[in-house]
Design a protein. Structure first.
Length: 152
């Protein structure tokens, strides 16, 4: 890909890297470092979209000739937005809350170039977890998959 069409993923998410790699799309990763902070009263769809747009814009301002992909995912259970877990105990609490329930996952994306958002949208899914036993929760936490240091 020529420099003028370089694709940059503005995310440290291993899953997003995997998706782009699996699609055979050459890309570079530049984590945006945009702080993820929910604004009181902000609907989950708006929060996810704002974060995706902010991440794409932040990286696009530094690499104006590249196409930037920003994304963010928000999980909502019982009207509560579940942020990234602070630690293993927080991850355990969240998984127990999701166990046996249906929750909403909002993933938003934003494409930017030259500091401008070209396209963005949120996508909402309903996800149902089967009832998890404590050992399954512990096994999942042991994988470090829910680690808080990874930015989506």
């Amino acid at each position: 890909m020529a420099d003028s069409t370089k694709l940059i993923l503005a995310s440290g998410s291993p899953r997003r890297r995997q998706l782009l790699s699996g699609a055979g799309v050459p890309f570079e990763v530049i984590v945006s470092e945009v702080p993820e902070q929910h604004i009181a009263g902000e609907p989950p769809r708006d929060y996810a979209l704002r974060m995706a747009r902010d991440k794409a814009s932040a990286v696009s301002s530094r690499f104006p000739d590249a196409i930037i992909v920003g994304a963010d995912t928000i999980v909502v259970c019982e009207s509560q937005i579940l942020e990234k877990p602070a630690d293993r105990d927080d991850a355990r609490r969240m998984l127990a809350m999701l166990s046996g329930r249906t929750h909403t996952v909002v993933t938003a994306y934003a494409l930017a170039r030259s500091g401008k958002i070209l396209e963005s949208a949120p996508v909402e899914s309903r996800v149902t977890f089967r009832k998890l036993i404590d050992a399954e929760i512990e096994d999942y936490i042991a994988t470090d998959e829910p680690r808080p240091s990874v930015s989506c």
